[in-house]
Each structure stands twice: as C-alpha cells, then as structure tokens.
Design a protein around this ligand. Structure first.
Ligand code: PEP
Length: 249
C-alpha cells in the first residue's frame, strides 16, 4: 500500500499568537489537498490560537517539543497531556536545534517518543548528520544510532505510525539542499534500519520525510523519491510558498 505523504511546517521560534493566526488564515486556502497530511508545528504559545484557526480545514497542529514527564516540578516545560488537550496531533522530537542548543540527546528523545505514543501523539523524530560526519563517511552510522536509540522500547505497531525526518544539519536553514540522490540514499538507509529493528511491514509503513532547505522549486523532485514520504519544512513554511510545496505535483 502506498504511503500517504506528510508535509509539515516547522515554524521554529517565529510568530506571535496574533501573527500566527494571520499566517494560518493566509495559508489555509493554499494548502488544501487530498493527497497529503498537512501539519503546522508551531511554538507552544501559538498552539491554542492555531488549533482554533485551523478548525474545519485539512491542517493538523503539531508541537515543536514536549517533556517526557506527566506533570510536576519541571518549570517551563509542557506535558504531553497539555498538548493533547490543546488539540495537538504531532510533535517534533530531537530537532537538531534542540540537540545543539538545549542538550537534547538520543536518550531524552527516546523518553519523549515513548511518552508521545502513550498519549496518542504522533512523533516526528528528527535525525541527521553534520557536514563533518558526512565528510568522514560516518553519516549512516550516526543516523542508525539516532534511530536505534530513539526507537528503544517502541513497539512495531507504534513505529508503523511514526514519522522520521531526515534532516542533514548542514542543509537546515542554509539554502543548501541535499541532492535528491543524497536524500533518497539516507531515507532508504533509515527504512532499512527500521526493517532490521522490526520487520518489512513496519519499514514499509513508517513515513520518512526529508528536511533541509525544501522549497517550491525542489519539493517535487525530492518527494518523488521512493523512500521520501514528504518533508519537514522550516523557512518556507512561513510563506505562501508552503502552498506550492504541499501541492508539489
Ligand atoms: C527545519 O527547521 O526542520 C528545516 C528543515 O528548516 P529549513 O527548511 O529552513 O532548512
């Protein structure tokens, strides 16, 4: 069975609540499609107004992070139950910016993965190599470790519903997209890794996105690859161009 594409915007730390609603109202008519899941992953403070603004549309709301405890003395954190109550269906976990600036590790990503599944939130787990790792020829070793640790304790049935975003760090926000061949090679390698951890059926079901300077000009070629099931889009998700990315065909 063909996998349904999933195209998600990652707004990062952009958009006040007022701006967020304006952006949703601009993008809503542009991202209409029957052929892909469309997700806006937005800053925590924007979740409630965005969830309200997307009502009746094909847009689902995602968070950009989440904590792995249920509740308690974790000042500043947001729990999975809070996200669910606010209407969140997806959560980005282990984005390279969180790994780099906020001490996210494969282990904390794994804890968050387990919690997300427990609460019925679909994780979009990010992985990806630095330029140095690519040049050293250890890209796949590094990513396999991120995936293997990230999925520890995750059942096959859960993994089938998960989303993995392959985002080479050197391509994020740089305007430097991986070539179609580079992106497909790693996404196929990730699918192979999932097959080794679980089985063929799980590998065939899991959705793997490419992320890293996706734009209206390169989306069609990237998303046409057999192992690329859509994209995680940063900068371009804040512009009307996101409509062209969603309707890339
Ligand atoms: C991202 O934030 O996940 C991302 C891929 O950013 P950009 O599209 O701007 O490179």
């Amino acid at each position: 069975m063909a996998r349904r594409k999933i195209i998600a915007g990652n707004w990062k730390m952009n958009m006040t609540p007022t701006q967020a609603v304006e952006l949703v109202n601009t993008l809503k008519p542009l991202v209409v499609t029957d052929e892909a899941d469309v997700v806006f992953c937005v800053p925590a403070i924007d979740i409630i107004p965005v969830a309200e603004a997307v009502k009746g549309s094909n847009i689902e709301v995602g968070a950009e992070n989440m904590y792995f405890e249920e509740s308690g003395a974790y000042t500043g954190e947001i729990s999975p139950a809070m996200l669910v109550d606010a209407g969140v269906k997806y959560v980005v976990l282990g984005h390279s910016e969180r790994r780099e600036y906020f001490a996210e590790t494969n282990e904390t990503v794994n804890k968050k993965m387990l919690k997300a599944f427990e609460h019925g939130i679909t994780p979009i787990m990010c992985c990806g190599e630095t330029l140095e790792q690519r040049e050293q020829g250890v890209t796949m070793d590094f990513i396999r470790q991120q995936v293997k640790v990230g999925f520890l304790g995750v059942t096959a049935d859960q993994a089938k519903t998960a989303v993995i975003a392959y985002e080479p760090i050197w391509a994020i926000g740089t305007g430097k997209t991986a070539t179609t061949e580079q992106a497909e090679e790693v996404c196929a390698g990730i699918r192979q890794c999932i097959k080794e951890i679980y089985d063929e059926a799980t590998a065939e079901a899991i959705r793997i996105q490419y992320g890293g300077s996706v734009n209206a000009g390169n989306a069609a070629e990237l998303f046409a690859q057999p192992d690329i099931d859509g994209g995680l889009v940063g900068g371009a998700s804040l512009k009307p161009d996101f409509g062209k990315i969603v309707n890339y065909k």
